[in-house]
Design a protein around this ligand. Structure first.
Ligand code: PMM
Length: 252
């Protein structure tokens, strides 16, 4: 199981509290995660926490590109966390080799074509709408079956746009238009998502469904989720605290 370290270069990120909103600090944090064993660093310039307003494309580029360039130059495997095709393109030109699109291609009609043209890895996440009102879309009769069906639809679109199956990864999108019970049900029945046949990434780190009053109180619970995923054919976990996850995974 790979460990993807989260590097949110956003002043309003719910978990970093804006601590790493300058490029220099962000690069240092990225290198620290690499030293801790991170296989990939996922760099995002737009907050997707529930209720968040959108960030402008210009702002997103300004926050992420210098950090991507600096880390890629040092040989770090970089992923760009963006829903915008133009940001993805600039990030890949700066050295990113993964596009992590939390909207799975829904937010930007050009995304799948762009990812296909760039020929990089594309992480397609389950998504039902922007963060501002996504909680109103958390209605399912069978969350796993519906997430699976909606992921399948986007997978077909991605493949039709020319993304090759070898470059495609999927993510059930914990916390995105899902309430607490939905997230736990997805984790419990994660094998059904793995059955889709693509590498699966899981992002549970510090999310509200884990309980606790603040994100920093959720690190133990995040580790427990990762422990529970071991042996289930999961490709990677997207986490804030890299070294502890590496440790847990290596002890299997
Ligand atoms: N979660 C967040 C942002 N990007 N990307 C993927 N692939 N999966 C996720 O679950 C995911 C993501 C929101 O969490 P953060 O604000 O801690 O980055």
């Amino acid at each position: 199981m790979l460990v993807m370290g989260i590097l949110n270069v956003t002043p309003d990120s719910f978990s970093d509290g804006g601590q790493f909103d300058s490029s220099t600090a962000a690069v240092a944090r990225g290198l620290e995660m690499v030293a801790g064993g991170a296989d990939i660093i996922d760099i995002g310039g737009e907050s997707t926490r529930p209720g968040a307003q959108r960030t402008s494309q210009e702002q997103e580029l300004k926050r992420t590109i210098p950090v991507i360039k600096a880390l890629a130059e040092q040989g770090v495997v970089v992923s760009i966390d963006t829903m915008r095709a133009e940001v993805a393109r600039a990030a890949v030109e700066a050295g990113a080799t993964y596009i992590n699109d939390v909207s799975g291609g829904i937010a930007d009609a050009e995304m799948h074509r762009t990812a296909s043209e760039l020929g990089v890895n594309y992480i397609l996440m389950h998504w039902r709408g922007h963060s501002l009102d996504m909680n109103t879309k958390a209605t399912y009769s069978d969350v796993v079956a519906e997430v699976k069906a909606e992921l399948s639809q986007q997978i077909i679109k991605a493949l039709t746009a020319g993304i090759t199956p070898e470059k495609l990864l999927i993510d059930p999108g914990l916390g995105f238009a899902k309430d607490t019970d939905h997230n736990w049900e997805l984790l419990k029945r994660i094998d059904e998502i793995v059955d889709l046949g693509y590498p699966v990434l899981i992002g549970a780190s510090r999310k509200r469904f884990l309980g606790g009053d603040s994100p920093l109180e959720r690190d133990e619970a995040t580790l427990d989720v990762t422990k529970g995923l071991i042996g289930k054919g999961i490709w990677g976990v997207r986490v804030h605290v890299v070294a502890a996850h590496k440790e847990v995974i290596s002890h299997v």
